[in-house]
Structure formats: structure tokens, C-alpha cells
Design a protein around this ligand. Structure first.
Ligand code: 6R9
Length: 649
């Protein structure tokens, strides 16, 4: 197979932080002697008490433990804000672009950021929040989301952001899961011209939370909200007299910074825990090198802060580097499909980072909305979240990048804190669809899925694991270290297992082939099929449900649900609608099934296990190759499913 490669221009290379020789030398050092490599690069952030040990990590079964810079102390907010005051106090830290382009954008300087974060931190303290306490953040993409995160970091509280698109039930589970003392929300969340009633969702969530929770509410829209008789506080009232002086707490490198819930193949989403020192070093270093960020550049990551991408590449990485970072409240297609490009032109964005699903959605509108805007400020483009198909890559490259900007396809996960596989733009020629090579200190290996043997041939395919730790790695699952070991370190002993399949080509480039577990990737959002199934069976009419992914032109994967109804229930379009609404309210709009097929029965083995392989094939409209069905208890079930399949593309 020949794939075209795209090398960066000489002009780009000459200004880049790393050319090929630099990448090779640094990578070589980072894996030959991680201790001294990270001892040196750990100093890119300011430590209150410098570390004397660097790496103390163990992937062995039963005693998985990951610690970096463990005897050092620092504060993340001081690193992201205070340390820039002297050198760049008046520089814009955050450009906030509101949902409605008719409203004014905000330019928040580092000085202002310092005041806002300090005030916010004092408000949290007044509400009784102390070091180690958990605070849930359920906010739209407004500056207060950044203030809230940094305020928590400033006083040593652990934040857990819940994406504002999640339902009241999902929010309740996450508030209870970490026993949060405070939940921060807003009256409403404008997005794409529509408003979600966030405070109402919080009220509904708190009915199902057993412990006392204070709700701190930001006024964003000014709409009417229902106020609980006790425990509700307006931020603007609480902050009116709050001091702008709040000393930053001295945190140990291994104190938790945040929890972020993410889907796995089984059970409820797990609380991924990231800590203070290693995470910050890694987020900052990847931000600088992967995006070739230089002082004075304007960086825009279009993710939401509710996802890890927003944590690492809207807030912590860029601000630790003293960058100007864009925070966008809206959506790519409202008021029209030119919005991204309008914002790029308006704020003279230099690096633009988005998801393949957004690229595909915009590609469907053709090149005209792009060409209307002056994109000459762009120096680099990035993607994240799912494999990018070559068509979308080429459109991004040709139409947006005018064929002259490097594209960085960054593979990483909530669990990894920052990029693991990515081209460094001045060093690595790219191939459309490949995340190319490892970042410094990252040692990817491909294992034979069943034997777990490491494959040493360059060209091969298998499951993707990591041989050793990197500073941004998650440390544990909140409250359940056993689940951490079981999920990531038990299938392949001695390795971190990513859950992704991967091919390595003859040049040693990595190509992610997608999840090998029951996790699906819908518009770049991770979802456990088990979560959607349990939402479906919670409906009174549903006896059994099986959920799989299928190829979807815009979303990458769509959600395909096979539903067996209770005896006496009749399939109907109304019931189908009702189930869609039901899943939206149980999890959130992103989990709404795209296709629901009524299944009189599901294909099961004689021991009662649902054969998902078969369900996947039917959902993919690829039933010619169902493989061995002889172990099925009732092979006739399959014929019915094929006959009534919903996807005929
Ligand atoms: C950062 C983020 C992680 C999963 C991951 C993989 C998929 C992410 C990708 C990619 C191919 C890329 N993924 N980036 N697949 N190429 N560049 O997305 O974190 O939400 O935890 O999802 O997303 O399957 O395992 P998260």
C-alpha cells in the first residue's frame, strides 16, 4: 500500500521547536534515560519545593503505582496565572467568543484572570470548600468555567467537570460518585442559538443526591430559575465583596488535581484521576511541541471543557505556557457553516485544533463557507478524538490549510492526560489517517491480542499498549484502585492497555484502527455500549437491549440498538420515539440511539452470552460474513434480524 506523505515546508521547519534531528535525539534520550529527561523537562513549571526524585512507577500485577516528581510541591493555578503576571500581565490569556456572533467577544488578560480566579477561590472557601474537597462543575463554555477550574486548583480542591450536555441523572451519579460539596452551574447554557436549562437540571439531579450540596450559580442568560429553599448561591452576589487576594495552596505533586468520568466497556463510567505535577508538565510540554506553540500565538482548541481535550488544551497546557487561548461557547454550524472560520479570522488564530466529526460535518457544506474568510493567520491544524478518514484529512488540508499547514493527528485518551502518538509538526512527515510516532517518553508496543506477545516486526497489527509510564498518565480510578488495575493492567500483564487496536506500517507509523472493546466513539465522544443498554432496559417496555456501533458518515460511529420488548408490548414508531427521548433523559442527547431495531430475540450462545460480533455485522449491513454461528442457541434469530435490519447503506 502506498500512502502519500506530507513533509513540512522548510520555512516551517526552520522556525519549529523541533526538527527531525532534534526529535530523534530527544526521543532517544527520553526512553534511554527517562529519569534525567524528565528531571530536566519537569523544570518547565515552577515548583515551590523542587523534586529530588523523578519517576517511581510500577505496572506489575497487584501493585500498580504511578508517581512522578513525588516529593516536589507546586500549585497549578500559580503556574497557569501568577507566574505570568510579571512578564505578560497585560497579555490576553483567554479570548472568549460567545455563542451569538452579534454579542461581544471578551479579551481577558492574565492580570484580570488572576483577579477573577482569586475572587472565585475566596467564594469557594467561604462556602466551606477546603483542600481535597470535590467540586463538580456543570457549566457552558464561559470564562467562569476557566475561573472555576483554576480556583479549585488554587485552593487544592479537586474538580470534576460534567459536560453540560449530560442529563440530570448522569449529573447526579457524578455528584454522588465523588461526594461533591459544591456544584457550580449557570442559569442557562446558550449553544447554537438554543438554551439548555442547566440550573433546572441541577435541581432535578440534587433530588437524587443523598448528601448536602451547595449550588453556586452563574448568571449567564438572566432567565428565570427555580431556587431551592436552601443551599443555592448566586456567584455575582457571593463574589461582590470577595477579596482578590487568595494565596495559592502548596500542593504535593501527587495530590489530585481533577477527576473526569469516562466510559469503559463495562459498568458505569469511571472517575479518572489526574494529579498535580506530572499532569501539568505533560500538558504544557505537549501543547508547546505538538502544536509548535510560540510566544504571542493565538491557540484555539474547539473542544468543550467537559472533555479531557478541553482540560489539557484549552486550560492547563496553554495557560501554563503563557499562551492566548480561545474559548468558544458555540457550535461549528450556527448561525452558519462558516462560524469556525469566521472566528479564526476574527481572532487571528494561529493553531486550530478540532475533531474529525466537525470536519466531516463542515465538509458537507462545501468549500464556500471556508473561502469567505481570511485564514492566512493559520500556521497549523490539528485533530483529535477518533481516526480521521483520508477524505476528511484531504479536505482539511486542501480547503482549510490551503495545502501548506502541517496537520497533527493526535492520539490520546482521558487516561493519558496528553498526546501519546502525534507528529511533531516540524519533524515528522505526515500520512493522512496516521497519528504517526510517539511523543517524548512514550513507548508504544503492539501485542498479539490473544497471546499478549509483543510483536517486534515493524509492520504488524494488534492491540496498542504502553510499555512504561509518562508523567501525564492517570493515577487511579476515584475510590476504586482495583478497577484501575483490572481495566488497564490485567489483560496484558506489565503493560498499560489502551483499549485500541492499531497497525504499524513499514515506516514504524502507527494507525489506530478503533476500539477493541465495547466502547463506541460517537462524534468523538466515548460511550460504553453497556451504559446505553442499561438506560434502555430501565424503560418499563423493554425486556432486553443490545447496543453496537455502526459506520456513520458524520459521527464516525452511530448508535444501533437492538431492543426486545416485554411480552404484551407492541412495537411502534411512537415507542421508538419514546425510547429515544428516554435515553436522552437518562444519559444525554449524545447517547440517543440513531437506529432502533425491534428484535424478537437476540443471538446468544448456549451459555446465554449475546454474540455482539454478529450484531455488529448486521448493524454494519455486512451480514455476508457472519462467521461461525453454529454455537448459537437459536440460529433462526439471526435471519429475522437480517431481514429487518435498519441500516441498508
Ligand atoms: C482525547 C480523547 C479516547 C479514545 C481513544 C481512541 C479515540 C482519540 C484519536 C483516536 C484515532 C486519534 N481517539 N484520538 N482514535 N485517532 N487521533 O479523545 O479522549 O474521549 O478518552 O477518547 O478516542 O479510540 O481510545 P477520550
Amino acid at each position: 500500500m502506498t500512502t502519500k506523505t506530507y513533509a513540512p515546508s522548510d520555512a516551517f521547519v526552520s522556525k519549529a521547536h523541533a526538527d527531525r534531528a532534534t526529535y530523534d535525539a530527544m526521543y532517544e534520550k527520553s526512553v534511554a534515560d527517562p529519569e534525567s529527561f524528565w528531571a530536566e523537562h519537569g523544570r518547565r513549571v515552577d515548583w515551590i519545593k523542587p523534586y529530588s526524585t523523578v519517576k517511581n512507577t510500577d505496572f506489575s500485577p497487584g501493585k500498580v503505582s504511578i508517581k512522578w516528581f513525588e516529593d516536589g510541591t507546586l500549585n497549578v493555578a500559580a503556574n497557569c496565572v501568577d507566574r505570568h503576571l510579571e512578564t505578560r500581565g497585560d497579555q490576553t490569556a483567554i479570548i472568549w467568543e460567545p455563542d451569538d456572533p452579534k454579542d461581544e467577544a471578551l479579551h481577558i488578560s492574565y492580570k484580570q484572570l488572576h483577579e477573577e480566579v482569586s475572587k472565585f477561590a475566596n467564594v469557594l472557601k467561604d462556602l466551606g470548600v477546603k483542600k481535597g474537597d470535590r467540586v463538580v462543575i456543570y457549566l457552558p463554555m464561559i470564562p467562569e468555567a476557566a475561573y472555576a477550574m483554576l480556583a479549585c486548583a488554587r485552593i487544592g480542591a479537586i474538580h470534576s467537570i460534567v459536560f453540560a450536555g449530560f442529563s440530570a441523572d448522569a449529573l447526579a451519579a457524578r455528584i454522588s460518585g465523588c461526594q461533591a460539596k459544591v456544584v457550580i452551574t449557570s442559569d442557562g447554557a446558550p449553544r447554537g442559538g438554543r438554551v439548555t436549562k442547566l440550573k433546572d437540571n441541577v435541581n432535578q439531579a440534587l433530588i437524587n443526591v443523598m448528601h448536602d450540596v451547595t449550588c453556586l450559580c452563574v448568571k449567564r442568560t438572566g432567565q428565570q430559575v427555580a431556587w431551592r429553599p436552601e443551599g443555592d448561591v448566586w456567584l455575582h452576589e457571593a463574589a461582590a465583596n470577595a477579596s482578590t487576594d487568595c494565596p495559592a495552596e502548596e500542593m504535593s505533586a501527587e495530590d489530585p488535581l481533577f477527576i473526569l468520568y469516562t466510559s469503559g466497556s463495562t459498568g458505569m463510567p469511571k472517575g479518572v484521576v489526574h494529579t498535580t505535577g506530572g499532569y501539568l508538565v505533560y500538558a504544557a510540554m505537549t501543547h508547546q511541541y505538538t502544536f509548535d506553540y510560540h510566544d504571542g500565538d493565538v491557540f484555539w482548541c474547539t473542544a468543550d471543557v467537559g472533555w479531557v481535550t478541553g482540560h489539557s488544551y484549552i486550560i492547563y497546557g496553554p495557560l501554563a505556557n503563557g499562551a492566548t487561548t480561545v474559548m468558544f461557547e458555540g457550535v461549528p454550524t450556527w448561525p452558519d457553516a462558516g462560524r469556525f472560520w469566521e472566528v479564526c479570522a476574527k481572532h487571528q488564530v494561529n493553531q486550530f485544533y478540532t475533531a474529525p466529526t466537525a470536519i466531516r460535518a463542515l465538509m458537507a457544506h462545501g468549500s464556500e463557507p471556508v473561502e469567505k474568510h481570511d485564514l492566512s493567520s493559520l500556521k497549523l491544524l490539528g485533530t483529535v478524538g477518533e481516526p480521521i478518514n483520508p477524505e476528511a484529512w484531504n479536505w482539511y488540508n486542501d480547503v482549510v490549510g490551503k495545502g501548506s499547514r502541517p496537520i497533527v493527528d493526535t492520539w490520546w485518551q482521558t487516561e493519558t492526560g496528553g498526546h501519546l502518538l502525534t507528529p511533531l509538526p516540524g519533524a515528522i512527515p505526515t500520512k493522512p489517517g496516521s497519528a504517526t510516532l510517539p511523543f517524548f517518553g512514550v513507548q508504544p508496543v503492539i501485542l498479539e491480542p490473544t497471546s499478549g506477545e509483543e510483536i517486534h516486526e515493524t509492520a504488524c497489527e494488534g492491540v496498542l499498549c504502553l510499555k512504561d509510564s509518562w508523567p501525564g498518565q492517570m493515577r487511579t480510578v476515584w475510590g476504586d484502585h482495583e478497577r484501575f488495575e483490572k481495566t488497564y493492567f490485567s489483560d496484558y500483564k506489565g503493560y498499560y492497555f489502551s483499549g485500541d487496536g492499531c497497525r504499524r506500517d513499514e515506516d514504524g507509523y502507527y494507525w489506530i484502527t478503533g476500539r477493541v472493546d465495547d466502547v463506541i466513539n460517537v462524534s468523538g465522544h466515548r460511550m460504553g455500549t453497556a451504559e446505553v443498554e442499561s438506560a434502555l432496559v430501565a424503560h418499563a417496555a423493554v425486556a432486553e437491549a443490545a447496543v453496537v456501533g455502526y459506520p456513520h458518515k458524520v459521527k464516525g460511529q452511530g448508535i444501533y440498538a437492538y431492543v426486545t420488548l416485554m411480552n404484551g408490548e407492541t412495537p411502534s414508531d411512537e415507542l421508538r420515539k419514546e425510547l429515544e427521548v428516554w435515553v436522552r433523559s437518562e444519559i444525554g442527547p449524545i447517547a440517543k440511539p440513531d437506529l432502533i431495531q425491534w428484535a424478537p430475540g437476540l443471538p446468544k450462545t448456549r451459555s446465554g452470552k449475546i454474540m455482539r460480533r454478529i450484531l455488529r455485522k448486521i448493524a454494519e449491513n455486512d451480514f455476508g460474513s457472519l462467521g461461525d454461528t453454529s454455537t448459537l442457541a437459536d440460529p433462526a434469530v439471526v435471519d429475522d434480524l437480517i431481514e429487518n435490519r435498519m441500516n441498508r447503506d
